[in-house]
Design a protein. Structure first.
Length: 180
């Protein structure tokens, strides 16, 4: 959905602007779009050299697009890397279009990143390059097709109404609260 601009006419009371009902419908639609974007942080770990370790997962039917900033660091050294991933779901939900760029390295490169849709979920995957435990701190802005409720647990293992989960079952809340 794109922003809806309210036509205010060229002059006050010229009759060229949107009627009040139309203008307020546009306002409501703009707020719906605004509140369907959620900001959150989460944590995940990858261990060893196994490929395709999941560090993020969300249902494809609610996920529209997102920007992820991931800081990955070796828990046993000062090696770190940051990456930004931009992702959008193809309109029919059949796949993803995404790109990523690393913004900062300290020491050795730790992992490669990948994204896919598997079992009706959008996933971020890591392919570690070093045989160690890597901590991934994820900060994201995601546009959902539904409206997330602030403070709602996005992962509650085994319960209904969950919108997101992680491979290591961290409880994540909207806004910036992380419950471990």
């Amino acid at each position: 959905m794109t922003q809806e601009i309210i036509n205010i006419g060229a002059q006050p009371n010229d009759g060229e602007g949107d009627p009040l009902r139309t203008a307020f419908a546009k306002i409501n639609n703009n707020f719906t779009q605004l509140f369907s974007t959620g900001f959150f942080t989460s944590e995940a770990y990858s261990v060893g050299l196994s490929e395709a370790q999941v560090i993020f997962e969300a249902p494809v039917e609610t996920f529209t697009q997102g920007i992820f900033q991931i800081n990955s660091n070796d828990t046993e050294s000062t090696d770190t890397e940051n990456i930004t991933l931009n992702v959008s779901v193809i309109n029919d939900g059949s796949g993803l279009k995404w790109n990523g760029h690393n913004t900062l390295f300290n020491g050795n490169v730790l992992t490669g990143y990948d994204m896919d849709i598997f079992d009706s979920n959008v996933r971020i995957l890591v392919n570690p390059i070093v045989d160690t435990t890597i901590y991934h701190f994820i900060s994201a802005q995601i546009t959902w097709t539904g409206v997330p409720v602030p403070g709602l647990n996005l992962l509650v293992d085994g319960t209904a109404n969950t919108a997101i989960d992680t491979e290591t079952d961290f409880n994540i809340q909207t806004e910036t609260t992380v419950t471990v």
